[in-house]
Write a protein that binds this ligand. Structure first.
Ligand code: ATP
Length: 369
């Protein structure tokens, strides 16, 4: 039988502070053993959501279930969860061993050596057991905080911007490290971050939050390739948007008109209504686009989406070149072209054809802000 003891299920959960709604009613399911990231800008409600799972914040509506158990009315210490905060909150006067042993000792467990040793090995701090927290780096201290939380064998580990205080290099190392630890212990991690790269690197599933709502959730690649709102498209990288209109629907494709050109969009990647004349914002990521000099327009294979334009700027970035292209249907179109066999004619002022595989086009509702 599948183990569901570490499932997190939020049903209709919301949080109001007076007349302000920090989290609108939301439903969310995190399967046992997965790494789930709540991603969004400051103030979007991710910490409040995490705190409602922990029991540190009482929901205004809705229920929190952990596994089969409804824990909505339980205080934090009775829930099978532990939280790791950005401030490591280690005890400065205790050494690393005693910091990690703390939870066991509090429960009256006398022989802690084996368990603490295993935990310190898990976070690769076996050699540091007798040091005090101030003698460790920020990344090491954060690992102690993780070990201290995991030693209680929670079903779910909640992480609230745990890497926020670390510099970029250390943060990248710790992202991989946390992912390794999660895979090794196999428990559910719910991680709050405002850093899209961090969420994409670590999580199996990312929920993008905006204004107290989950706008979209899915696997990182799915969110990147197939965003359903302009907010998600822009939050997870750069997109080009082309204002278009539905011409017709043909089989699995939606045919759009943009200026005097036609674009094809897979129907299942279109989040807008597809009635004829409907307005659609067609999106495509900059690295999915190929560039050909206008003189070579005849060499572009059939079946590609194509637009014409003129290069406004080109910046050589080493492996790739970033082009900004003025096109009648999209000002400042961005294209990242790999510098393999770079065409020397592709300089500012050159007339070009942009072309890409229709499968890389996504369609958004043009009425969104
Ligand atoms: P950050 O990354 O800055 O922590 P967040 O996405 O985690 O942001 P929350 O901390 O969940 O956001 O806060 C969501 C909103 O609720 C914010 O506008 C915040 O000001 C508000 N808020 C949070 N706690 C309270 C409170 N105790 N009383 C009133 N408003 C609050």
């Amino acid at each position: 039988m599948t183990d569901t003891s570490g499932d997190v299920r939020l049903t209709g959960i919301s949080k109001r502070y007076g007349s302000f709604t920090a989290v609108h009613p939301l439903d969310l399911t995190v399967p046992q053993g997965s790494f789930y990231a709540l991603l969004g800008a400051s103030g979007c409600g991710k910490t409040t959501t995490l705190r409602m799972i922990a029991g540190l914040e009482e929901p205004s509506t809705g229920t929190v279930c952990l596994g089969e158990q409804d824990v909505t009315a339980l205080p934090p210490y009775k829930r099978p969860v532990n939280t790791v905060f950005q401030s490591y909150a280690l005890f400065p006067h205790l050494d690393i061993f005693e910091n990690v042993a703390f939870g066991l000792r509090r429960r009256g467990i006398k022989s802690v050596k084996k368990q603490v040793g295993e935990m310190l090995d898990l976070v690769q701090l076996g050699e540091q057991a007798r040091k005090k927290p101030h003698q460790l780096s920020g990344g090491q201290q954060q690992r102690v905080a993780v070990a201290r939380a995991l030693i209680n064998h929670p079903k779910v580990l909640l992480l609230d911007e745990p890497l926020g205080a670390l510099d970029l290099k250390l943060r990248r190392q710790m992202q991989l490290e946390l992912k390794r630890i999660q895979t090794e212990v196999g428990i559910t991690f719910v991680h709050v971050t405002h850093d899209q790269e961090e969420a994409m690197t670590m999580a199996d599933t990312v929920a993008v939050m905006n204004g107290g709502r989950v706008e979209q959730q899915g696997a990182p690649a799915e969110l990147y390739e197939n965003p359903r709102t302009t907010f998600v498209a822009n939050f997870l990288g750069t997109s080009n948007f082309i204002a278009a209109e539905v011409h017709s629907v043909s089989g699995d494709d939606v045919v759009l008109t943009a200026g005097d050109g036609k674009l094809v969009l897979p129907r299942n990647r279109c989040a807008a209504a597809t009635g004829p004349g409907g307005k659609v914002l067609a999106g495509v990521r900059p690295e999915k686009i190929s560039l050909a000099h206008a003189d070579d327009a005849g060499t572009v294979p059939d079946g590609r989406n194509r637009l014409t334009g003129r290069i406004a700027a080109a910046s050589f970035l080493g492996v790739s070149t970033q082009y900004v292209i003025d096109s009648p249907v999209c000002a400042a179109f961005e294209v990242y072209a790999q510098n393999v066999e770079r065409d020397p004619r592709l300089t500012p002022g050159a007339e070009v054809v942009l072309h890409w595989n229709p499968a890389h086009t996504f369609g958004l509702d043009a009425g969104q802000d």
